[in-house]
Every structure is written in structure tokens, then in C-alpha cells.
Ligand binder design. Structure first.
Ligand code: CTP
Length: 397
């Protein structure tokens, strides 16, 4: 989705400027045309040559000497941009943007552009928390700028505090979200579940399963990148929270059911990629169970079937991880759970299913359509599945 997009990356004078090289590199590798504008202060922290080498584009550092490839018109980049990202953004540039000052190429470009502008501040904690900076950020937000809040951590001063540049993945995720705003899921609300639920046995133990959450997270990110407003209800995973998505953390099947019931009344689609435990311990021991007996029997009771029990006029998509008769079993689940679409995968295939980055699935829809996909990355599977969701949403009364 970044291919052929023009991203203007503004870099200002912060120690975090070196991280902009990583952003530029990742965006370029994803196929975007990255046009870098550096303030003079930024060039003290990182060489323009680094950015030029990573992006393959001339880097603009001086308003009065535009790079040869660009027209003399100093707002050429402002017009070419699909999105402008300032990372890192210092207190100084934030103040200038809030005041409409345009005394360098970056501020000129921001003032002149009609593209969305993303600002990722990075500075000393006191500078960030200063009322003036906060007022300036509030002003920019009110004018439609997207602010990526800095993170808490070790700052250049050696102190801990709020002011570190947000993670590169979060910045790139926000760029994708902003670029996807007019995608084919724009205006749609999608609830996605992910990960394997954990059913508590006692304060330190649980019953779990091997789901990594990767499939559900890929679905959530793909839906976000196509313009949907996404809520991700996730069981514990080791994956980072995706940017631009409301993430709701739960542990058990019962908690997931409650979160789904709360999130779905306004939804257009529910996509259940989570591996929900079918059984939970009848009771949770209050204290840690000691190994006093030679054997131990746990009594398990059924968990609620979320997909079957959730009610509402939204599209219902299920996943079926099967080890035999994949398509036949999945079709049965589609009927039993009254789904619009089911994504069946064969978990006996080692390149498919739990923990892997790839998946080989068959999409089966209520209208009888069966589509077997080749081995794809989970993100590709997510997009192919969402193509079907878009089609089914279009047909839904
Ligand atoms: N699912 C659910 N609630 C449950 C169990 C599963 O909503 N308690 C959802 C899953 O998220 C998935 C679909 O139902 O989208 C199918 O899940 P799966 O585990 O394959 O099927 P089960 O109904 O649990 O049947 P079985 O384990 O017997 O194959």
C-alpha cells in the first residue's frame, strides 16, 4: 500500500534524528518515494548523505537551493506529498508550525500542503510537558494534524521521562493508516479477535493454546490500512500493539465474549481469528495448587461459543483450524455458527497455522463459494479475506 506514494519526511534537530534513517529506509523498501527535508539543526545530528543514500532521492536542506530535480517553486514537495511526516519533531518546529511561521523549507512545505501531516515529537521531558508545547500540540491537533505521542524511556539527558520518539513501527503504522483512509473499507467498523485465550487454573497457571495471534493482528492491520476503524480484542500475545487500532486486552473466553458483545453493536463485521478455548476449569483455585497428590484431575466446563452467541446485523467471519477433512469440517462450522464466511486452514501443514508467518487457507462463504488460496503470508491471507469481506458487505442489505 506504500508503493508509489510520495511521503515527505521532515527531520528536525533532535538526537532521535538517527531513527529517521530507519523510517526512511523501511518506507523506501516498501516501495514509497521518500522525499526528505531536513532542517539545518537536523544536519548537525545526521548527514543528508545518509538519507540520500537510503531513499535514492535528493535531500532538501536549504530553502534557497532546491534540489535540481525539483522545480524552482518552493512548494513543489507540498503538492507532491500524499502525506507529510515530521519525525522527530522538536519543540521548536512544533511551535513554528502552530504559529504558521515558514522560515525554512520544512515549515513552508507543511504550511503549503493539503496532504495530512503527522508529527512525532521527541524532546526533553520538561520541554514536552511545558504548557507552551502542550498548547502548541493541542492547536495542531485541532487543525487536523496527527500527533504520535512520544514514549516514556531514557532520554538524551540520561533521565527517564516522556519524550522519546515513538517506535519506528508505530510511526510507519500511522502512515499506513492515514494513507488508507480512502480505502475500500473506509467508514466501516471492524472488530477483530486474536490470540489464544488463557483459562486460569490458579494464580500462576492457565490452560492455553499455541496461537501466536499473528493471523488476527495481520487482519486488524490490513483492515486499518484499507480505511476501516478497527477494534482488536486480543488474548495475551508477544506482538506489539499496532498503531491506529483500538486494542482491548482480555485473557479468558468469557472476557472475550463480553468485549465482543460491547464492541459489536456498532460494527459492520466481526472477524474471529482468535483461538478460543473450548473448556475452562470449573473453578479457579484461590491459592497456588501444591503438588501434594500423585495425580491431579481438573474438572473442565464449556466456555461460551462467542460466534454462535453474539447477535447483531453484522457480517460474521470465523476461522477454522482443522487437522482433517478441512473443507467439510469448516463448512459445517459455517452452517452451525451461521457465518457469512469461514477461513479454513490445515494445521497439520508445517508452513501453515500456529506461530508461522504464512498460511494456506480456503475461503468458504455462505453463498457456496469456495476459494483455495496458495501458501501466502498472513498479511496476504488477511487481504484476500478482506477482499471477500468487502464483496459480502456490498451485498448485505
Ligand atoms: N470460536 C468462538 N467461541 C468459542 C470457540 C471458537 O467464537 N468458544 C470461534 C473461533 O474464533 C473461530 C471459530 O469459532 O472463528 C471456529 O473455531 P474452532 O476452534 O475451529 O471451532 P470450535 O467451534 O471450537 O469447534 P472444534 O474445536 O470442536 O473444532
Amino acid at each position: 500500500m506504500l508503493a508509489n506514494k510520495t511521503i515527505v519526511l521532515g527531520i528536525t534537530g533532535s538526537i532521535a534524528a538517527y531513527k529517521a534513517a530507519d523510517i526512511a529506509s523501511k518506507l523506501t523498501q516498501a516501495g514509497a518515494r521518500v522525499e526528505v527535508i531536513m532542517t539545518e539543526a537536523a544536519t548537525k545530528f545526521i548527514a543528508p548523505l545518509t538519507l540520500r543514500s537510503l531513499t535514492g532521492q535528493p535531500v532538501v536542506t536549504d530553502m534557497f537551493e532546491p534540489a535540481a530535480e525539483w522545480s524552482i517553486e518552493h512548494i513543489a514537495l507540498a503538492e507532491a506529498a500524499n502525506v507529510v511526516v515530521i519525525a522527530p519533531a522538536t519543540a521548536n518546529v512544533i511551535a513554528k508550525l502552530a504559529a504558521g511561521i515558514s522560515d525554512d523549507m520544512l515549515c513552508c512545505t507543511v504550511l503549503a500542503t493539503k496532504a495530512p501531516v503527522i508529527v512525532a515529537p521527541a524532546m526533553n521531558v520538561n520541554m514536552f510537558e511545558n504548557t507552551i508545547t502542550q498548547e502548541n500540540l493541542a492547536k495542531l491537533k485541532a487543525r487536523g494534524f496527527i500527533i504520535i505521542d512520544p514514549a516514556y524511556g531514557r532520554l538524551a539527558s540520561g533521565k527517564m521521562g516522556l519524550g522519546r520518539l515513538a517506535e519506528v513501527e508505530e510511526i510507519i503504522g500511522t502512515i499506513k493508516q492515514v494513507l488508507g483512509r480512502s480505502g475500500d473499507l473506509a467508514g466501516k467498523r471492524i472488530v477483530v479477535t486474536a490470540g489464544g485465550t488463557q483459562e486460569r487454573i490458579d494464580p500462576v497457571r492457565h490452560i492455553g493454546n499455541r496461537s501466536s495471534g499473528k493471523m488476527g493482528y495481520a487482519v486488524a492491520e490490513a483492515a486499518r490500512d484499507r480505511g476501516a476503524e478497527v477494534k482488536l480484542i486480543t488474548a495475551p500475545t508477544s506482538l506489539p500493539e499496532p498503531a491506529g487500532i483500538e486494542v482491548i486486552h482480555i485473557e479468558t473466553a468469557v472476557q472475550m465474549k463480553e468485549a465482543v458483545a460491547k464492541a459489536t453493536p456498532q460494527a459492520d463485521a466481526l472477524i474471529m481469528a482468535a483461538a478460543v478455548a473450548d473448556y475452562q476449569p470449573k473453578s479457579v483455585a484461590k491459592a497456588k495448587i501444591k503438588k501434594e497428590t500423585p495425580s491431579l484431575t481438573l474438572e473442565l466446563v464449556r466456555t461460551p461459543d462467542i460466534l454462535t452467541e453474539v447477535k447483531g446485523n453484522f457480517l460474521k467471519v470465523g476461522f477454522a483450524a482443522e487437522s482433517e477433512d478441512v473443507v467439510a469440517n469448516a463448512r459445517q462450522k459455517l452452517e452451525k455458527k451461521q457465518l457469512d464466511l469461514i477461513v479454513a486452514n490445515d494445521i497439520t501443514d508445517s508452513s501453515s497455522g500456529f506461530g508461522t508467518d504464512t498460511n494456506k487457507v480456503t475461503l468458504i462463504s455462505q453463498d457456496g463459494n469456495v476459494e483455495s488460496l496458495p501458501l501466502l503470508t498472513k498479511r496476504e491471507v488477511a487481504d484476500r479475506m478482506l477482499d471477500k469481506v468487502v464483496e459480502l458487505l456490498g451485498k448485505k442489505p
